[in-house]
Design a protein around this ligand. Structure first.
Ligand SMILES: Cc1ncc(COP(=O)(O)O)c(C=O)c1O
Length: 459
């Protein structure tokens, strides 16, 4: 990796004089309060002001801050100023956690189920996860091949850290979930980005994958249904990918299936580990945040061969320990809702589908915009690049996805995420985890704002 292997941090000797602003401040405030600072405390304050070495580890320095920050800050500032910004940037369902799940969590507290659980998660939850994976995904795991963590994000980070070494390559189809490349960086590995195109529904072309693989390739990260595109990998395409993966003994696949249940027929979810020969090489990640509207409960899981799970468990044991005991009881209740989350989940999916249909139809009415109809998740990833280069009176030039989002925030008061954050600057992401009426208002405002821009290329 690169970025992390920059030169060693240099230590700068303290340069401030003894009467540094901090120590002066300390003394002044003590005088004002009429109290005399204890000699030790005063000395410590001086020492702290002078000796702090603010060097940050090169690995952390190499991490890129979120590119969505500017737009989020701007949206927050507008909201604070009383502007009614419609936030369609968040990656979380707008629904409440289904009542039965929430009650299971409350009962856990009432019943005093509030202590540490085993690091890997409770046996009852891991057994329930094994049943789910067998019944819904056709993959067999035993409880010691399952690790429950504080959200799928922790599962993925640990998996990448556990299997990747400096010099390894992590293959990531773009558009990607923002955190994958940063996780590779944390592990000291190098991200190899594999671009996909909207005309191919943002699905990885097997030939491109084959052309990028070599003896350094360690991990391919697949996400289906995808954040940010909503694309779902058909089984036949995954089978083609598996045939290529098989040729590289060192190559593993991390299959992020967190949006599994948020899928619109006729699309069907296939777990990569269920494909012939892939069980040994696949680390399957799933969780409760999205399908069960449980983002705040922080619960996810990894299923993989025991050696990988044990390695991830080792990191977790020194890092956070097991997930919350309360959330694990709630997670169990979620899995008990029935196949694919039963009615509670299918009701939410129906609402998401209605919103998707509305947005797809509405955006198609905008000139110069390209859309690939998402088949899962709750995002639309729209190509607005034909507007780039246009001048808008009172705003300036729409240069890229970030300036377009800034423009839409300013003129339409709708917060969206620039595609650049996901590795595709042509597009912007809209989350439809919001009520249909909110989306309708947002759409009207977006249309009005877009009418101010003249597309350079006709649709
Ligand atoms: C593709 C993808 N994977 C993993 C996660 C992490 O989910 P969790 O909330 O369980 O950590 C997210 C959350 O946005 C996601 O979009």
């Amino acid at each position: 990796m690169a970025a992390a292997s920059t030169s060693a941090p240099s230590f700068s000797p303290p340069t401030k004089p003894a009467s540094s602003p901090n120590s002066v401040c300390f003394a002044a405030s003590a005088r004002a309060s009429g109290k005399r600072p204890a000699a030790g405390r005063a000395r410590m304050a001086v020492v702290r002001a002078e000796a702090v070495d603010a060097t940050i580890s090169p690995t952390v320095s190499a991490l890129r801050p979120s590119k969505t920050m500017a737009i989020t800050d701007q949206a927050t500032a507008l909201k604070q100023a009383g502007v009614p910004v419609i936030g369609l940037a968040a990656g979380e369902p707008d629904f409440d956690t289904p009542a039965v799940i929430a009650e299971a969590g409350m009962n856990a507290i009432k019943d005093g189920y509030t202590r540490y659980t085993p690091n890997a998660g409770t046996l009852e939850l891991r057994k329930a996860i094994c049943n789910k994976l067998q019944e819904e995904n056709g993959i067999s795991y035993t409880p010691d091949q399952v690790l429950v963590s504080n959200g799928a994000k922790q599962c993925i980070t640990q998996a990448v850290l556990a299997v990747c070494s400096p010099g390894d390559e992590v293959l990531i189809p773009a558009p990607y979930w923002v955190s994958y490349p940063e996780m590779a960086t944390l592990a000291g590995a190098t991200s190899v980005i594999l671009p996909t195109s909207i005309s191919e529904n943002f699905l990885l072309r097997p030939e491109l994958l084959a052309s990028k693989l070599n003896e350094k390739s360690r991990l391919l990260i697949l996400c289906s249904p995808s954040n940010p595109t909503g694309s779902v990998y058909p089984k036949e395409l995954l089978e083609e990918i598996a045939e290529i993966v098989k040729k590289y003994p060192k190559l593993l696949v991390l299959s992020d299936e967190i949006y599994e249940h948020i899928i619109y027929q006729p699309a069907e979810h296939t777990s990569f580990a269920s494909l012939p020969g892939m069980w040994d090489r696949t680390l399957t990640v799933n969780g409760f945040s999205k399908a069960f509207a449980m983002t705040g409960w922080r619960l996810g899981y990894l299923a993989a061969p025991k050696h990988f799970v044990a390695a991830c468990g080792k990191i977790q044991s020194q890092f956070t320990s097991g997930a919350s005991s309360i959330s694990q009881k709630a997670g169990l209740a979620a899995l008990n809702l029935g196949y694919a989350g039963g009615e509670a989940v299918s009701t939410m999916v129906k609402a998401f589908q209605e919103r998707r249909d509305y947005l797809v139809k509405s955006f198609k009415e905008l000139p110069g915009v390209k859309i690939s109809e998402p088949q899962g998740a709750f995002y639309l990833f729209i190509d607005f690049s034909s507007y780039y280069g246009s001048e808008v009176e009172g705003f300036g030039t729409i240069k890229d996805s970030e300036s377009l989002c800034m423009f839409l925030l300013e003129k339409a008061q709708v917060a969206l995420v620039p595609g650049d954050a996901f590795g595709d600057d042509k597009c912007i992401r809209i989350s439809y985890a919001a009520a249909l009426s909110t989306l309708q208002t947002a759409m009207d405002k977006i249309k009005e704002a877009v009418a101010l821009i003249k597309p350079r290329v006709a649709a």
